[in-house]
Ligand binder design. Structure first.
Ligand code: TYD
Ligand code: MG
Length: 455
């Protein structure tokens, strides 16, 4: 009989090779390949063409029970989930350490427990004393939720099997769980995958909503297996700069709702507070206009949020390679925009250092930010402040055209509400609203003329 092949699984991305290597060929991480039990050749042992059970085909238009969602008692959390927790669904909650995942989940768990739902909160990371202290600080020590510090999935499932299924089960975190059925230390791909599989199966069979907390690596992926993202129904990411107060809960994948909704929170002395109207949050209080600052009306799902984009350009005298540093935006996108400004508008950034910052620790994903970033860069380069009552939005193409973006009128209405009077954006007849002067820009050189012109 042929010897089963050795099998090495990358602990970061889950890819499989048959030869040990120092670096994973798929994700590029070093020293992440670990040997796992060899695969049995399934199809060699089983002839799949006979002995199966016939499956039924189902029509898609059969009326089913409408989706019942359960509110978490935290409106911003519900909004990010697309309307609340779906029974039997599995949610993966990722985020940097210390960002507030445990705090948010404890608050949600306590609120569901107080409204009469059964909640089980299992912490594998913190001892009961630590969690009690947090609950005390949050004023939730009296909430009737069931808490346990445990890491064995077998123990957890045995306990759950002996009681009524809870409405919500929180596992904090999946990386600390282990199963005695599976080889390997907690946190390895096979453990994380196996434990998650068992817990998700329990949730689906018993109609309980399951939240798995997942750690995030330094490059922002949910640590360990990307495979976890495929196993769950909803992937949420809790983001923010730890040094800033604001936190954004974003859904990255949602089988039961929209993916672009966000929930906004502020970390305060007594836990996370909801921020119902976040549109002002990311604007710095500006008295005098400064060069290099542009306001961008971003869209987060159905909600407009005004953010300030700041650019700084420092000319270098020597021939040293200039730095480009970006906080809160895609650095590849910045390089593209600089190249377009150089090629289509004749502006030279090649001997200058370029710094770009999105104020308030906000991370921009909206492609309509291009025009505002370009405006901030041009204003910084020319050392001319932009008019302080204007907002900028639009996508820039490689040819230097300003392309239409969605929700022009919502962006403008919100800007008008906050006292802005002029919007500059792509040619789009329907975008105009009466409180705002709308200035159409077709090409990037028009933007340069508008900002630097009149000298
Ligand atoms: P935590 O929920 O433990 O983060 P995670 O589970 O994502 O690792 O949050 C920890 C941080 O939140 C910690 O740095 C202190 C801060 N915090 C407050 O500012 N106020 C509070 O009421 C609580 C409970 C935490
Ligand atoms: Mg935690």
């Amino acid at each position: 009989m042929a010897k089963p092949k050795r099998r090495y699984v990358c602990q970061a991305c889950g890819s499989v090779t048959h030869r040990w290597q120092g670096q994973c060929a798929d994700c590029g991480e070093w020293n992440t390949l670990a040997e796992e039990a060899p695969e049995t050749v399934f199809s060699a042992k089983h002839d799949l063409s006979g002995g199966g059970r016939r499956i039924e085909f189902e029509p898609l238009d059969k009326p089913g029970a409408p989706l019942q969602r359960r509110s978490t008692g935290i409106a911003e959390f519900d909004r990010a989930l697309g309307g609340g927790l779906v029974p039997g669904s599995a949610i993966l909650m990722g985020g940097d350490p210390g960002i507030g995942k445990s705090t948010l989940l404890l608050q949600a768990a306590a609120s569901i427990a107080k409204s009469g739902g059964e909640v089980v909160y299992v912490s594998g990371e913190e001892a009961a004393g630590q969690v009690r202290m947090r609950a005390d600080r949050l004023g939730l020590a009296g909430a009737p939720l069931r808490f346990a510090a445990a890491t064995s999935v077998r123990d957890i499932l045995t306990t759950l099997g002996g009681m009524d299924a809870p409405a919500l089960l929180v596992i904090d975190s999946i990386q600390t769980m282990h199963s005695d059925q599976i080889e390997g230390a907690p946190g390895t791909v096979s453990q994380v995958r196996g434990c998650a599989f068992e817990l998700i199966r329990y949730a689906k069979e018993n109609g309980c909503a399951l939240v798995l907390v997942g750690h995030v690596t330094k490059d922002g992926n949910i640590a360990g297996p990307r495979v976890l993202e495929h196993m769950v129904d909803v992937v949420m990411s809790f983001e923010g700069e730890r040094s800033h107060q604001y936190r954004i809960l974003r859904s990255i994948k949602n089988r039961f709702g929209p993916v672009d909704e966000i929930g906004v929170f502020a970390m305060a002395g007594a836990g996370l507070e909801e921020v119902g109207n976040p549109s002002m949050l990311f604007l710095s209080g500006r008295e005098n206009p400064v060069p290099g600052s542009a306001v961008f009306p971003a869209m987060e799902g159905t909600r407009p949020v005004l953010v300030e984009i700041q650019a700084l350009i420092v000319r270098l005298a020597s021939g040293a390679t200039p730095r480009r540093a970006v906080v809160g935006w895609d650095s590849g996108r910045l390089s593209m925009l600089l190249a377009v400004l150089e090629a289509r508008c004749g502006l030279s950034f090649s001997t200058a250092e370029v710094y770009l910052n999105v104020a308030g620790g906000y991370r921009l994903a909206d492609p309509a930010a291009d025009l505002a970033v370009a405006a901030a860069l041009i204003s910084a380069l020319g050392d001319k402040p932009l008019p302080d009552s204007s907002v900028w939005f639009g996508e820039v193409s490689l040819a230097g055209e300003i392309r239409p973006v969605a929700h022009g009128s919502i962006r403008q209405r919100e800007s008008a509400k906050l006292g802005f009077r002029t919007a500059c954006g792509p040619p789009d007849g329907s975008a105009g609203i009466k409180e705002m002067r709308y200035s159409e820009l077709t090409l990037l050189p028009n933007l340069v003329d508008r900002i630097l012109g009149g000298e």
